[in-house]
Design a protein around this ligand. Sequence first.
Ligand SMILES: [Fe+2]
Length: 338
Amino acid sequence: MDYNYIMELFTAICHNSLPLRLTPLSIRELFFLQKIPCNIYGLDEGLFTIVLKEKAVMNKDTLKDLVFKKQVTLFAKKDEYKKIIESHQNNLRNVSRSLSIGDPLVNCKKHMNLLTINLQYLLANPIDDDLLNLQFQSVTNLSAFLMNNIGLHKSIYEEYLKQKHYYVFAQPLISSLFLLGVLKQSLVISNKEIESLFLTSYFKDVGMSTIPISVYDKKDLSEAEKEILMKHPATSIKILSGRVSIGTPYLKIIEQHHSISLLESEQAGPPPKNPPLLRGFETMMVSVMDLISAMISDRPYRKKTTLFDALELVKSHISDKYPQEFRLMVVYFKQFFN
Ligand SMILES: [Fe+2]
């Protein structure tokens, strides 16, 4: 067998096996990198080709060039993808430590986007202690920053929405931002308690990690899929217990955080049998902020509703038992979206 034939054969085998060794990534995962840690592949006329080489400098022009060439479906080799994850972990760690140095809006925007990218990695691998601990420390730091920068919340929210993160990864942060804002406005809850509730709210859905993404986006769920979805609070507790500093009362809130059930109001089919009862002011606040932030955002299976309609639904659930708290929410959201 001649040498050229062997080399051609080898090249063909390598090329044909490449798809099996690649994992997809979103272009958003490249936004906050300064240098590309491994080769990035795209598709050119059906064939995988390197579109960014390892160590390439990332800037706006690089991204524009990718979009111009319609290279938005990207891949990395599976064994090299961990380099991208490590880069984002390091970025988040560094930004989280220096949130108050420099422009607070720029820092917070970067911090929240990196948190969301890292949450995606955590949901893909919820038993990874490094990912969980980094998220926990970063969310704690974010809580302190947001409490000291209430006037920036609206700009932070608007900037964050521009990134168009997948809603499963964005929802915890948005609902927790609203929760912190309304609790802070109440003037009766300590900063320490607000921090604990912010963490509770952020991590309440980490149990969604066991649900395939294809299920998130469906309008009509099978009974089996509904059951998996309804178990996510219990799964969150299993993932968090003994690994991060979230106390038993807060785990109880996570267990109850669908007291006003999204399944009841959003998904097709009858409401679940024996829906859990709403327990306590804190559970109600976490649950309602989750509900409102979900309702006023688009989903693949429905359009967003108005804030007015979201508040009307909340009113029907809580205004008898929590009239003052409901008024507080109305005032908060009216000011926020004014
Ligand atoms: Fe949830």
